[in-house]
Write a protein that binds this ligand. Sequence first.
Ligand SMILES: Cc1cc2nc3c(=O)[nH]c(=O)nc-3n(C[C@H](O)[C@H](O)[C@H](O)COP(=O)(O)OP(=O)(O)OC[C@H]3O[C@@H](n4cnc5c(N)ncnc54)[C@H](O)[C@@H]3O)c2cc1C
Length: 420
Amino acid sequence: MANYVKTLAIVGGGAAGLAAAVRAGECARERGYALEIVVYESDERVGRSILATGNGRCNFSNSHIDVREYYNAEFVGDAFDALGATSGYSPVHAFFAGLGLAWREETDGRQYPLANKASVVVDVLRAAAAELGVREECNMHVSMIDPPHEPGKPFTLQMRDGLFQRADAVIVACGGRAVAALEAHDMERLRTRPVLGPIKVAPDDIPFARELDNIRVKCAVTLARKQGVVYSRIMTESGELMFRKYGVSGICVFNLSRFAWPGDVLRIDFQQVGGAAQAEDLLMERRRALAPIYSGELTYEQLLRGLLLPRVSEAILKGAEIDPASEFKPFEAGPLARLLTAYPLEVAGIADPDISQVRRGGFAVETFDPATMAARKIDGFYAAGEALDVDGPCGGYNLHWAWASGLLAARSAVEWLARR
Ligand SMILES: Cc1cc2nc3c(=O)[nH]c(=O)nc-3n(C[C@H](O)[C@H](O)[C@H](O)COP(=O)(O)OP(=O)(O)OC[C@H]3O[C@@H](n4cnc5c(N)ncnc54)[C@H](O)[C@@H]3O)c2cc1C
């Protein structure tokens, strides 16, 4: 079988799949190794998932990736080490620079294409893939992957329409949503759940959220969980929060959603002055400062005017059943300060799974080797991107993982095929 050209099948033409296709083509070309590379994509075109990212601008990476921020961080760290450097100018950046992509950096190290359009990222990937002879097979939904029944035989890929295809190695890069439905013989999969999305609050807190629908505030939000009789802080995120009819949204909320469970509490700090004691001092200071302007005793409404958006102070007072026109008494500064620095909203869950950015779950990382992205049990079977149980916060972390794991899986798959 001297002329037998081996085939690498990539299931999914999204971020990880396209990066893998290009890298596989590069590795095969470098080695002078004839390899057929096919991307099977269920959609009518590849790269559509990338177009939606970063509000159409594609926050494709981050210059300050902190590996500890990833779920299953140890696995991710080992994979990054296997690929090369972790942060700064990583192999992911070298890969995109090699494809001709120019980018700019915005706050917190977030990187976007200089052209400010996600389509440019898809363009450079597709152009390179075409140049390297990668075949795109669109409208091809892979429903089952059957591993070789004896060594040296190929994998069988069954399509939803009943067609069968053969491949000598497979990289599964179908994303988090699809991986659960894919039949992949004997491969342990964890149930997937949406993370990195807006949070729905409990029915009792809906009126507060509804009152503020579409209002944006700069604040700090703490996620707290009941442990015994007290609530313990899980984590705090600062940034812009947007109220919605169902609850809260915004990047800081998305990041908290990765750790939030129904029954947890979000505590909104509208003041960010260091805590309730400092906020109490501030209220008393305002009372003194405003006294010469307002004759008579100060009302709650007068005290809070200029401190918060009127709709926000109204909603907070309404939530606490305080009449804004009632007199503000010094002994009430403490309770009010606590409301302004830790307004509680109970978590009911992710608001809409369809607008969450990532799925947690998928292939258990223990069943893959982070040095190669190869399945421990099945030779020639690789996974990349969200198909694995890895996710990160907003800011380019998830795409960075998709590219990095795609590059690593492709390099390993080509080396493995060439050795056989
Ligand atoms: C609205 C939105 C905005 C986002 N913005 C950002 C951002 O700015 N920065 C960031 O880092 N992350 C962002 N993310 C997350 C990021 O897009 C994903 O983590 C990343 O795309 C995952 O890459 P992937 O290749 O694993 O999966 P995907 O990119 O989802 O690709 C999977 C591909 O597989 C195809 N497919 C699925 N099932 C099958 C099947 N059975 N057979 C064949 N093909 C199949 C799909 O059609 C798709 O093309 C965003 C996500 C969303 C939803």
